[in-house]
Design a protein around this ligand. Structure first.
Ligand SMILES: Cc1cc2nc3c(=O)[nH]c(=O)nc-3n(C[C@H](O)[C@H](O)[C@H](O)COP(=O)(O)OP(=O)(O)OC[C@H]3O[C@@H](n4cnc5c(N)ncnc54)[C@H](O)[C@@H]3O)c2cc1C
Length: 382
């Protein structure tokens, strides 16, 4: 049952995925006044629900750039983030510290992981180089044709669906107003400042608004329309498979350049994913599932005996340069963006919550957010 509509809020957040929830929680914890979170369906059922929950910046990075630094900062916030959520809500988000393995199964893969090893060791980051037999000793399920591997001991994984439950429980306890089943259609802008949001259930005036609407962020209209920044967030579909793997086949999250498998504590083994430009169609396809299966079996032929228990797809929100869009909109006072998290929204949730809150409450934009400013995109102004 949706909560009664409020006529005003100090801060309104559009979108109840992991990003909107993390920001709502951080704002409420900082005493940001009346915080209102608006979600058109139910909380946390879109990309954040579909994700694999890997928190693996080192396994995925090709260089030490601004994005890598932001991602590592967020990963390193996770132990406290998970512990405080557990204290507040009693929900264990199953933060797993076993680490991530990255396999080389071909000569090209080996060259790829050598490069990753070199720049990360030069940067003083913990990473272990394993021979094929060391990798198979660690995880006997691995394909016999493995030729080498890296282990990233600091990379983590989290059960993202439990994380969404914990965040929801936390924001409810903290007194955030949650309006589900409510669509934000437009933002009202007066004299270059946000005045509020028009929703399917009426107007809510607000001195600050955060757009955290994931892959739908560009659909929110601006009133007047001439104020709208030209921010084009697009959906990138990712499909997933879940197997029943009791007993579990691996302790580590295992990657190759083509796919990954993720063991869950309840005996599920997830395998992913695809990256498809399929518009807003959230279907699972034969081709998508076929390619995930092929890549999962390449990691471990033992998977061929496992029953498939579920398949699903989600839409990753991607900005034109593949980077997140984070921080205040320079042209419109009181408007903040927290979108475009693409492949890393679960990983980036704690740092996004913390830094967007600092920008709203203290008016301080962290230098960490600079490279991700919405101002890097052109404005469309009449
Ligand atoms: C298959 C797959 C695997 C992934 N694996 C990982 C991973 O291992 N690690 C990782 O870090 N990330 C992963 N991701 C990426 C991650 O899921 C996303 O980056 C993240 O969930 C984005 O969160 P969000 O809150 O911005 O978007 P969403 O979770 O999509 O939430 C946006 C919300 O906004 C609501 N909304 C939209 N428009 C409106 C409106 N006008 N009014 C009201 N509400 C609105 C939507 O209904 C939705 O609930 C994966 C994604 C996919 C699809």
């Amino acid at each position: 049952m949706a909560e009664k509509l409020k006529s005003s809020a100090d801060v309104t957040i559009i979108g109840g995925g992991v990003i909107g929830l993390a920001i709502a929680r951080a704002l409420a914890q900082r005493g940001a006044g009346d915080v209102c979170l608006i979600e058109r369906n139910s909380l946390g059922l879109e990309a954040s629900f579909a994700a694999a929950g890997m928190l693996a910046p080192q396994a995925e990075a090709n260089s030490q750039d601004d994005f890598f630094n932001l991602a590592c900062r967020s990963r390193d916030l996770y132990p406290n983030f998970a512990a405080s959520l557990r204290d507040e809500t009693g929900i264990d988000v199953e933060l797993d510290t076993t680490g991530t393995l990255y396999l080389a199964l071909t000569y090209e893969d080996l060259v790829h992981i050598e490069k990753r090893y070199e720049w990360q060791t030069a940067a003083g980051l913990p990473v272990e180089k394993l021979t094929a037999s060391e990798a198979r000793q660690l995880e006997p399920c691995i394909n016999e044709s493995v030729v080498g591997a890296l282990r990233f001991p600091l990379d983590l994984q989290v059960e993202n669906r439990r994380l969404l439950s914990a965040l929801t429980n936390s924001v409810e306890k903290l007194g955030v107003t949650i309006l589900t089943g409510t669509i934000v259609s437009s933002l009202d802008i007066e004299r270059d400042r946000v005045a509020g949001v028009m929703t399917s259930r009426g107007f809510i005036s607000s001195r600050a608004v955060v757009i955290a609407a994931g892959t739908w962020s560009s659909f929110i209209r601006f009133n007047p329309e001439s104020a709208k920044p030209a921010l084009a967030i697009e959906p990138v579909r990712g499909q997933m498979i879940s197997f029943d793997a009791r007993p579990q086949v691996t302790r580590h999250v295992i990657y190759t350049p083509r796919g990954y498998i993720v063991p869950r504590q309840d005996g599920r083994l997830l395998a992913g994913s695809t990256s498809e430009n399929a518009g807003f169609a959230r279907q699972v396809t034969a081709g998508g599932i076929g390619s995930i299966l092929q890549n999962a079996l390449e990691i471990s032929p033992a998977i061929s005996a496992l029953p498939i228990v579920d398949t699903w797809a989600g839409l990753r929100p991607r900005a034109p340069d593949n980077l997140p869009v984070l921080g205040p909109c320079d042209e419109i006072g009181g408007l903040f963006y927290a979108t475009g998290h693409y492949r890393n929204g679960i990983l980036l949730a704690p740092v996004t919550g913390e830094l967007i809150t600092e920008a709203i409450v203290a008016g301080v934009t962290s230098p960490l957010l600079g490279p991700f400013s919405p101002s890097r995109f052109e404005l469309v102004r009449a």
